[in-house]
Design a protein around this ligand. Structure first.
Ligand code: SF4
Length: 481
C-alpha cells in the first residue's frame, strides 16, 4: 500500500536511476535531433523495413515515437516505433477493477493479447496493490507498457480532491522508476473547458478527465497537471517515458462528436506537444472516442495539423452507439478508417465495452478485430511488405493448401476449428474444396479444371503437391508467435 499524500520524496527514484548510471543519457528525441542513431532506432528500422536514418529523422521531428523507458529496456523491452511511416500498432487495455478479476486472470489476458499480436499493453487496473501487479506486467512482457497514473492517485486517496500536485508527481515518478514506457495524463483539459461540457449528451466519459474535472471544480483552480506540465516533463525526460496526452473530453456519443469541448482540448494538446518536445520528451496524442464515419477524416486531419503530426493514438473510434455486445466491430470499422487517414496507434475495444470488464475471450476478440483494422490500413497505405501476407494467403487458398491457410490466418486456432467443425467426417486437409460449395460447385476447383483441361470429378494436381512450405516473413502476427 502506498503512503498517503505528502509523505513521498521524489528524490528516491532519482537516486535509484543515478545509481544505475543512466540518468544523464539523452532521450530518443534528443539523440535523434543531435543526429545520433540509437540502438533502439536501429531495431525499429529493421522491424519496419525502413532505413535507420529515416527512423532518426522521423523521431527528431516528433512524427515517430519509440516508447522505451530506460528501466524497461534493461529488462528486455523490444523497442517499437509508432508513427506515420510505421506499421499501424494496436494497444490492448488490461487490468483488474476494484470489483472484479484477479492478478492471475489479468496476467493471462496480457499473455493472450500479446500472443495474438498486441503491440503495446496498458495496465488500467484499479483497486488494491496496483504497484505490484504493474511490476509483474513490466517484468514479464517485452512490449511497451502504458499507464494512467491518476487512477493510482485516486485509488490511494479518499477523494481525488485531496490530491496535491506534488503527490501526483511522486506517483508519476514511482511508476517511471518501475519501467512504465508511456503514460496517459489529462493535462490539456482546462478549467475554461468545463462549461462547454454542460450541453453534452454524455458529459465527460474519460475516467481521468472526470477526476481532474472534479479536482478543478472543488478547488476552483486550474488543472494542476497543466500548471505542473514542465515538472512532469522533467521526470519523463529522466526515464525517457513517452507522453500520451490524454483526451479527457473525448466524446462518449455520436451526439457529442467533434464538439467545442473536444476541439478546445485538442488545441491545448498541440501547445503541450510542442512544449514537451522542447523539453526533450517524445509525445503521442490521444483521440476519440465516439465519432461517426464521416467525421473521422476531419478528426485525424485536425489532430495532425494542430499537434504537428505527433502520432495519433485513437480509442476506437466507435462509429455507432448501438452496438452493445459488438463494440469491437463498431470500433474496428472506425479504427481502420482512422489508420487509413493517418492514426498510428489503435486502442482496441472489446465486445464488452460499455457493459463490463472484458473476459479473456473478449480480449481475444478485441485484439483480433483491431489486428484486422490495422492490417487493412497498412495494405491501403502501401506499407512495406503489408500485402505480401494477403498474397500468400490467396495463393494458399487457390491451391487448397489448408495447413498454410490456417498458419497464415490472423487467428490460426479459430480458422482451424471452424474448418474442422463443418467438414464431413473423414475429410482431410488434402481436400480440394470445403463444405461451403462442395466439390461440384467449388468455383476455384472449376477454375483449375479450366486451366488444366481436367474434369471436376478428377483429383486436381495443384501447385500444393509440389510447393515448398513458405515462411511468412512479413506476417507480423506469425513473427510474434
Ligand atoms: S468450396 Fe467454395 S468456399 Fe470452399 S474452397 Fe471452394 S470456393 Fe472456397
Amino acid at each position: 500500500m502506498w503512503p498517503k499524500a505528502g509523505s513521498f520524496v521524489t528524490e528516491q527514484p532519482r537516486r535509484i536511476l543515478l545509481g544505475l548510471g543512466i540518468d544523464l543519457m539523452p532521450t530518443q528525441i534528443e539523440s535523434a535531433k543531435a543526429g545520433v542513431i540509437t540502438p533502439e532506432m536501429e531495431q525499429v528500422a529493421e522491424g519496419e523495413h525502413l532505413s535507420p536514418e529515416l527512423v532518426r529523422q522521423e523521431v527528431a521531428r516528433g512524427r515517430m515515437v519509440i516508447p522505451a523507458n530506460r528501466i524497461h529496456l534493461q529488462k528486455g523491452l523490444r523497442p517499437i516505433g509508432i508513427g506515420l511511416v510505421c506499421r499501424t500498432k494496436i494497444n490492448a487495455n488490461l487490468g483488474k477493477s476494484a470489483l472484479q478479476s484477479s492478478v492471475e486472470e489479468e496476467l493471462e489476458k496480457v499473455r493472450c493479447a500479446i500472443a495474438l499480436g498486441a503491440d503495446t499493453v496498458m495496465d488500467l487496473s484499479t483497486g488494491k496493490d496496483l504497484p505490484s501487479l504493474r511490476q509483474l506486467i513490466i517484468d514479464s512482457v517485452q512490449v511497451p507498457v502504458g499507464t494512467v497514473p491518476i487512477y493510482e492517485v485516486a485509488e490511494n486517496l479518499g477523494d481525488i480532491a485531496e490530491m496535491t500536485p506534488q503527490y501526483f508527481l511522486d506517483v508519476v515518478e514511482r511508476q517511471a522508476a518501475q519501467g512504465v514506457d508511456y503514460m496517459t495524463i489529462h493535462c490539456a483539459l482546462l478549467r475554461e473547458h468545463l462549461p462547454l461540457v454542460e450541453r453534452r449528451t454524455t458529459g465527460i466519459v474519460s475516467r481521468g478527465g472526470a477526476l481532474i474535472a472534479r479536482w478543478m471544480a472543488v478547488h476552483k483552480a486550474e488543472n494542476p497537471l497543466y500548471t505542473h506540465f514542465d515538472e512532469i516533463c522533467e521526470i519523463f525526460r529522466a526515464y525517457d517515458v513517452t507522453w500520451s496526452l490524454g483526451d479527457g473530453l473525448r466524446p462518449g456519443s455520436l451526439a457529442d462528436a467533434t464538439d467545442a469541448a473536444q476541439l478546445a482540448e485538442l488545441r491545448v494538446m498541440g501547445e503541450l506537444t510542442r512544449r514537451a518536445r522542447q523539453l526533450g520528451c517524445q509525445v503521442m496524442v490521444e483521440g476519440p472516442g465516439h465519432i461517426p464515419l464521416d467525421q473521422i477524416e476531419l478528426n485525424v486531419k485536425l489532430q495532425q495539423l494542430w499537434c504537428d503530426e505527433a502520432p495519433f493514438y485513437v480509442l476506437g473510434p466507435v462509429v455507432t452507439d448501438v452496438a452493445a455486445g459488438y463494440d469491437h466491430i463498431a470500433s474496428a470499422i472506425g479504427a481502420a478508417l482512422a489508420a487509413w487517414y493517418g492514426a498510428s496507434l489503435l486502442c482496441y475495444v472489446t465486445p464488452r465495452e460499455h457493459l463490463g470488464l472484458p473476459t479473456l475471450e473478449d480480449v481475444r476478440a478485441g485484439v483480433v478485430a483491431f489486428k484486422i483494422a490495422a492490417h487493412a490500413a497498412d495494405v491501403a497505405r502501401g506499407r512495406p511488405g503489408a500485402q505480401d501476407w494477403d498474397n500468400r494467403m490467396s495463393r494458399a487458398r487457390f491451391r487448397f493448401d489448408w495447413e498454410e491457410q490456417f498458419r497464415l490466418a490472423i487467428d490460426p486456432q479459430t480458422a482451424r476449428r471452424m474448418w474442422q467443425e463443418v467438414a464431413r467426417p473423414g475429410t482431410t486437409t488434402s481436400a480440394q474444396y470445403c463444405s461451403m460449395c462442395g466439390p461440384k460447385f467449388c468455383p476455384m476447383r472449376i477454375s483449375h479444371t479450366i486451366q488444366e483441361g481436367s474434369s471436376v470429378d478428377e483429383p486436381l494436381a495443384t501447385s500444393a503437391d509440389t510447393a515448398a512450405p513458405t515462411t511468412p516473413a512479413s506476417c507480423p502476427l506469425q513473427a510474434g508467435r
